[in-house]
Write a protein that binds this ligand. Structure first.
Ligand code: GLU
Length: 441
């Protein structure tokens, strides 16, 4: 039974980088008919905030990434304490007392000597008396996991065969001096006890994975399958990490981007599959294969979401946008006609209300100086409303006969006078919906 999890820390809003991880785990679980867990990694009481837990859930629901179960690490502290006890019992856990400054100094010395900055395990040599003295002086130490110095190997679902020399990695701190349990041990205990079979996360976690595999095995568990996706960069290949705050899902939502547009892009970006608009989750799930993703950094351009969004909106039936049409005040008997006229000319759902307001109240006309007389004359030829399907061609025919203008010089000034915009729906179809023409003298 496939079980995956998405494990955000509730220390901020979800952004496009988190979404990539969430989506891959979601798609793997759904494709296999398995379980998708939303796991809130909230062991840091200072940085974790309840408002972010709520916001994460809202964003996931908005996108349609529904979870089967929510778990919270803060509810499971006793499980982590039990695992820590077990590691102590089997001699794989030790207390260390170096201050951050001391550790920093050690690292600098090692680097100066051309050595990798790996923790030197000085704490292992402390006698019980020395530890008691340090505890009395500095308080509780941190607890480090004692790695076995051998190669740690796994076949990664994206990277392929990975082999890391454990001796090149510092023994990870799993519990802080103030007793706070850190992500590494909490994650390992959860993955094991929750039966997680597949973990997809960013390639910044590769070294973590190596140490986690040893911890899982030390605790008697079996490591899940791992896949590490590449990190997103900006369109020029620049690091995105600092800008991710501006790529929060709620900002994209406020900007009118559609969930299926975002999901269609993120579920394929960086893979060997083409990016195509998918209008439903099923087809996204069906075509997903984590093995088709590459290891190179993946360029993400937020501008790519806009065309996918408008293409998605074009696929929607009038029933699918009924709530938006109602909210914009479009009467039920005009919804069908109105939607069929505007659907190919909107960028976001917000344009529905904009176009309806234009039909109902008329647009502020835009009239170029050189077209003033022309438009004034045309307006005298415009019949009284209500307009119908034939109004535009009859009117423009009459204007052409009266003024001698034709082509773009005839049509564009009239479009601008009636809608205030250069682009928009076919005027012949729009005319019957136009209730007010402000350009009338
Ligand atoms: N809370 C961790 C993070 O956001 C989870 C990493 C993982 O998937 O194990 O980086």
């Amino acid at each position: 039974m496939t079980t995956t999890r998405f494990a955000p820390s509730p220390t901020g809003y979800l952004h496009i980088g988190n979404l990539r991880t969430a989506l891959m785990n979601y798609l793997i679980a759904r494709k296999a008919g398995g379980t998708f867990i939303l796991r809130i990694d909230d062991t840091d009481p200072e940085r974790s905030k309840e408002e972010y837990v709520d916001a994460i859930k809202q964003d996931m629901e908005w996108l349609g990434l529904h979870w089967d179960r929510v778990e919270r690490q803060s509810d499971r502290l006793d499980r982590y304490a039990a695992a820590a006890d077990k590691l102590r019992e089997i001699g794989r856990f030790y207390e260390a007392f170096e201050t951050p400054t001391e550790l920093d100094l050690k690292r600098k010395k090692q680097l100066n000597m051309g050595k990798p900055p790996v923790y030197d395990r000085a704490a292992l040599a402390l006698s019980d008396e020395e530890k008691a003295a340090l505890r009395a002086e500095r308080g509780q130490g941190v607890w480090r996991f004692k790695l076995d110095h051998e190669r740690i190997e796994w076949t990664d679902g994206i990277i392929g065969d990975v082999s890391i020399d454990a001796a090149s990695v510092s023994d990870p701190v799993l519990i802080r001096g103030d007793g706070q349990v850190l992500y590494t041990i909490a994650s390992v205990v959860d993955d094991t006890e929750m039966g997680v079979t597949d973990v997809v996360r960013g390639s910044d976690h590769v070294t973590n994975t190596a140490t986690q595999i040893q911890i899982i095995e030390a605790l008697g568990g079996t490591a899940p399958r791992f896949a590490h996706h590449s990190l997103l960069t900006g369109p020029q290949g620049e690091a995105l990490s600092k800008r991710l705050g501006t790529l929060a899902l709620r900002d994209l939502r406020a900007g009118g981007m559609e969930p299926m547009a975002i999901l269609s892009l993120l579920a394929r970006l960086g893979s060997s599959d083409p990016i195509e608009l998918r209008t439903d989750m099923e087809s996204l799930i069906e075509g997903f294969d984590v093995g088709r993703f590459g290891t190179a950094p993946t360029k993400f351009d937020v501008a790519d979401l806009a065309p996918l969004t408008s293409r998605y909106l074009q696929t929607l039936s009038v029933e699918a946008v009924k709530a938006d049409l109602d909210a914009a005040g479009v009467p039920a008997d005009q919804q069908e006609a109105f939607w069929s006229v505007i659907r190919e000319n909107i960028d976001t759902r917000a344009d529905i209300a904009t176009w309806w307001a234009l039909c109902r109240n008329g647009a502020e006309p835009v009239i170029e100086d050189e077209d003033k007389d022309f438009v004034a004359e045309a307006m005298t030829l415009l019949p009284e409303g209500p307009f119908d399907d034939g109004t535009w061609s009859a009117w423009t025919g009459a204007v052409k006969a009266a003024t001698g203008r034709k082509g773009r010089g005839l049509f564009m000034p009239l479009r601008l006078a009636l809608t205030g915009q250069r682009h928009g729906p076919d005027m012949g179809s729009l005319m019957p919906l136009l209730q007010v023409v402000k350009a009338r003298a």
